[in-house]
Design a protein around this ligand. Structure first.
Ligand SMILES: NC(=O)c1ccc[n+]([C@@H]2O[C@H](COP(=O)([O-])OP(=O)(O)OC[C@H]3O[C@@H](n4cnc5c(N)ncnc54)[C@H](OP(=O)(O)O)[C@@H]3O)[C@@H](O)[C@H]2O)c1
Length: 293
């Protein structure tokens, strides 16, 4: 199957490009390869490449910047998604789209189900919610939306790499302990996207690594594994703080753990792995990549 991945330099797009498969040919398209603002242009790209499936790994993911760059956030997270859904429908091509835990408010107190009410707290979440809605209105018959959270990879910018950098340059850190979610290694998410296509998944589902953590728990684990692997040569004090002590332009959900049961049932062959195991794998891969340099 020829799969077009929208996005090239992003974490998920890169992981998709690394997944070797004898069954599929994967082509990643960056912003210079496709104009997502025009449905005719998207359609032409799908036609020229004979796409048999599309995975949208592109998004405006700068959560805080989105609060002031509203137009760009909606352009990529909502209108581009509508254009992709329309083009896929015209070509009768299956479409996998990635969304976020930030569509939820965060006050539920137990894991969010795919059909729970959405109530985004900021522009990023609201623009992603609009993207979801365009898909369910336009092309529900051959589309799937996979919501995920706290994504990291050895490629690109993310919390793990930021923490390693800060831990090697600062004397101490203060990290938020009252936001709870599930860290997710992008390799597993990439595999979930491919398995979804192979099994003609439709509807809204959740995929994250298993287990829950606060950003503080996540940082402690990063430091511990980083020190053990020699990515860090010292340990520094890490202090838990409240969200109220670290104001940001965008509000974030306090609790955004996603219930994955529907995906576990739809794709029983898909592995779901604990975030601590995945973090160890990612950081081992990061160490190996550093040794190659
Ligand atoms: N990161 C997280 O913690 C997180 C959490 C929950 C959900 N998600 C969702 O997971 C998905 C993947 O996230 P990620 O972390 O891999 O994102 P990322 O690393 O920030 O990458 C964003 C991608 O969007 C592409 N892009 C940006 N503007 C574009 C444009 N105008 N036209 C075409 N492509 C454009 C970039 O393409 P270029 O290659 O051209 O730069 C890049 O590949 C997104 O849908 C995101 O909302 C992420």
């Amino acid at each position: 199957m020829k799969i077009l991945v929208i996005g090239k330099s992003g974490q998920l797009a890169w992981e998709l490009s690394q997944l070797s498969s004898t069954k599929h040919e994967t082509l990643c398209l960056g912003r210079n390869d496709i104009n997502l603002t025009e449905v005719s242009s998207v359609l032409e790209v799908l036609k020229n490449h004979n796409a048999e499936a599309v995975i949208n790994a592109s998004a405006y993911t700068a959560v805080d910047n989105a609060e002031s760059d509203v137009e760009s956030a909606y352009s990529l997270n909502a209108h581009a998604v509508e254009n992709l859904a329309k083009a896929c429908k015209t070509r009768f091509v299956p479409f996998i789209h990635i969304s976020t835990d930030f569509v939820f408010h965060g006050d539920k107190g137990s894991p969010y189900l795919p059909d729970d009410d959405i109530q985004p707290l900021g522009v990023y979440g609201a623009s992603k919610a609009d993207g979801e809605q365009f898909i369910t209105q336009t092309y529900p018959e051959h589309s799937a939306i996979i919501r995920t959270s706290w994504v990291y990879s050895i490629h690109g910018n993310n919390f793990v790499k930021t923490m390693l950098n800060l831990m090697s340059t600062k004397e101490e850190l203060s990290i938020i302990s009252d936001q709870i979610g599930s860290p997710t290694y992008a390799t597993g998410l990439a595999q979930a996207c491919l398995t979804s296509i192979e099994n003609k998944l439709t509807g809204i589902h959740h995929y994250t690594d298993t287990g829950v953590a606060s950003w503080f728990d996540f940082a402690i684990a990063i430091q511990s594994i980083g020190f053990e692997l020699g990515l860090l040569d010292k340990k520094i004090p890490i202090k838990p703080i409240l969200t109220s002590q670290y104001p940001t332009p965008a509000k974030r959900p306090h609790y955004s753990v996603l219930d994955k049961t529907s995906l576990m049932e739809a794709l029983p062959q898909l592995p779901f792995i604990h975030w601590q195991t995945q973090l160890q794998l990612m950081m081992t891969a990061l160490k190996a990549a550093q040794l190659k340099l």
